[in-house]
Design a protein around this ligand. Structure first.
Ligand code: C2E
Ligand code: CA
Ligand code: CA
Length: 409
């Protein structure tokens, strides 16, 4: 961001002063160093002068001020009101003067106070503010020092949002399925639904980009409904009478939504799917924000007969607490531990302790990311119940994977 006048917009001068041993309390009280300060203005004093370049805005703590242009009064402002705010956006010459009517205490703050907020904000906000202020000032306003508009970021964000909506609306999302096998029998017992989308050329693409966009635009819900409905329909189309299950990944934020349980129940009812054939895979991040609410919803899902799996076990910090106190029927050991299994001692310790704990708690254990026969053998020997990974099959379309399963039965 460009310099904002007296103190400069960078930390350079501050650091220079400190290095010169010049940053004592006296100096820190000056406008040069502070982003925010309290000011007293006796009745009748001019606080802001029309035509001067603005560097800060003011909030009135106590007292009243008059905003005026020459002799024309524009507004009377009191405690809690803000003035000079346009300086935070564009640092143009002030368009009006402000005089205290009574003794006033004000808090003055510079644009730098907001730098961080604007940097972290949605890219639309700086863009919208800058546009509003520029239009308000009109085409003849003299030049100033406008804040960066953030326009590029905003336009890119809009284009990404439009891309997401288009992919969803045009039905370019589909489920792939990866088989899950019984560790001792090596028979397919179920599948995990994994989201895929078709790009403009019809190529099938991995889920990360779409999942991230759904989260960013508050559309995770729409995506989840889509995956869930497709998973139930696909299973019933390819294996209507069997007892294999389908596992669907649920975004953490879905569990924060009170309508979620009812929606799952509705999908089960409308598709005619047996709840016992559905598993929901949830990572522990779902329990970080509202543990009690999430726990309650999980229990209601479990009461419906739906299986609940703790996914990516071992990758977060709340694993143990979540595992012990929530109604999980299964725990999935993350691929990162399976990768180095059985050679790495620490992975071995994780696998052994998860198996022991799950036994005690009456849960099944799945290992995902199994790529070699040695891993499969060792995991089965360690007591893992189910295996999933490229060793057996990569995720594939419903017709190939779910069909393959029916043919095997
Ligand atoms: P995840 O739930 O941990 O899914 C397993 C991922 O590991 C899948 O990647 C799968 O293709 C991959 N995988 C399976 N076996 C192996 C293996 O042997 N080796 C290796 N290297 N990888 C293996 P995918 O399909 O790219 O999905 C990535 C992640 O995207 C998923 O991780 C899940 O977190 C998310 N995701 C996928 N579908 C959905 C969905 O419908 N909804 C939500 N919310 N997230 C989804
Ligand atoms: Ca999963
Ligand atoms: Ca996983």
């Amino acid at each position: 961001m460009a310099a904002t006048g007296k103190g400069g917009g960078t930390t350079g001068p501050d650091l220079a002063a400190m290095l010169a041993g010049d940053a004592g309390t006296g100096d820190f009280g000056s406008l040069d160093h502070r982003f925010i300060r309290r000011e007293f203005h006796a009745a009748g004093s001019t606080i802001v002068r029309e035509g001067e370049t603005g560097h800060c805005a003011y909030v009135i703590e106590s007292g009243r001020v008059l905003v005026h242009s020459d002799a024309r009064s524009i507004a009377t402002l009191a405690s809690g009101d803000i003035f000079g705010e346009m300086a935070l956006i564009d640092a143009f010459p002030r368009s009006a003067s402000v005089t205290s009517i009574e003794d006033c205490w004000l808090i003055a703050f510079e644009r730098r106070y907001l730098d961080r907020a604007f940097r972290d904000a949605h890219s639309a906000l700086p863009f919208l503010l800058r546009t509003l202020v520029t239009r308000l000032r009109g085409p003849d306003a003299p030049g100033g020092d406008p804040m960066p508009p953030g326009q590029d970021g905003f336009v890119r964000d809009l284009q990404r949002g439009q891309w997401f909506e288009e992919v969803m609306e045009e039905g370019r999302v589909l489920n792939f399925y990866q088989p899950i096998l019984g560790a001792s029998t090596e028979q397919v017992i179920g599948h995990e639904a994994l989201l895929r989308w078709r790009d403009e050329k019809g190529q099938i693409r991995p889920p990360a980009e779409l999942v991230a966009a759904a989260q960013h635009f508050g559309r995770a819900h729409l995506m989840m409904q889509h995956v869930l409905v497709a998973a139930c329909r696909d299973l019933l189309a390819h294996d209507p009478a069997g007892d294999s299950f389908i596992a669907v990944n649920i975004e953490a934020e879905q569990l924060g939504d009170d309508a979620f349980v009812g929606e799952v129940a509705q999908v089960l009812k409308e598709t005619g799917m047996n709840p016992r054939r559905l598993e929901l895979e949830i990572t522990e991040y779902a329990f970080v924000r509202d543990f009690t609410g999430a726990a309650d919803r999980l229990q209601r899902l479990a009461d419906l007969g739906v299986g609940i799996t703790l996914d990516d076990f071992g990758t977060g910090y709340a694993s143990m607490q979540a595992l012990i106190s929530l109604p999980f029927s299964k725990v999935k050991i993350d691929r990162s531990f399976v990768d180095s299994y059985p050679s790495d001692r620490r992975s071995g310790a994780i696998v052994d302790s998860v198996v022991a704990l799950a036994r005690r708690l009456g849960m099944k254990v799945t290992a995902e990311g199994v790529e070699t026969p040695a891993q499969a053998q060792a995991l089965a020997l360690a007591g893992v119940d189910q295996l999933q990974g490229y060793l057996f099959a990569r995720p594939g379309p419903a017709g190939e994977r779910l069909g393959m399963h029916s043919a095997r039965r």
